[in-house]
Design a protein. Structure first.
Length: 187
């Protein structure tokens, strides 16, 4: 498990509270008002739209993609484990497929980041990571990365205004490929 300690003065975030409520209701019935009162107010989580995919080029230009990575679900939950500290556990799913089955690619590294945004969309913290996806015989692969964040917050109510964003770390060519792909899908 990767750990990320964000010591930002006065403000900060978390994510995944909805999962805690869904898990609670699926295991123990519908949460009561008292249960909901005790649940922390967590930030939203999401994937940066332009950084949802990462193409891996063969070296013959951006028209020749050897593999494609996609960010899948972000799940988890948060809690306030002591006064002023929000604890967030998230799991990020990475999906990948080889687009050229004839290439002998057994695994592929995919660089990504996790960023924390303030209520006014300012980046408060950003950290880079990398994951490796192993391809199976059909050319597909999946891996899950876990992250634990412990974040000082002024109050649990304030945490709900923040966002945790995940995205692939892209080169200018990879970003151009994604934007071109989005333009084609919009037609």
């Amino acid at each position: 498990m990767k750990r990320l300690l964000l010591a930002l003065p006065a403000l900060i975030l978390l994510t995944g509270c909805g999962m805690s409520e869904r898990l609670s209701s699926s295991l123990f019935g519908t949460p009561t008002e008292k249960d909901v009162e005790r649940m922390p107010d967590c930030p939203q989580t999401g994937v940066l739209a332009d950084a949802t995919y990462i193409p891996i080029f063969t070296g013959n230009g951006i028209a020749d993609v050897a593999a494609l990575g996609k960010l899948g679900d972000i799940t988890g939950g948060c809690d306030f484990d002591k006064a002023g500290i929000a604890a967030l556990d998230i799991k990020v799913t990475f999906l990948a497929r080889k687009t050229k089955p004839e290439l002998d690619i057994k695994k592929q590294a995919f660089p990504y980041f996790i960023a924390i945004l303030s209520p006014d969309q300012q980046i408060l913290q950003r950290q880079n990571f990398s994951t490796k996806v192993d391809f199976d015989n059909t050319g597909y692969g999946v891996t899950i990365e876990e992250h634990e964040l412990k974040i000082p917050v002024p109050s649990r109510e304030a945490a709900s205004g923040y966002k945790v964003v995940v995205g692939y770390e892209l080169s200018p060519d990879q970003l151009a490929y994604n934007r071109k792909k989005e333009d084609k899908n919009a037609d």
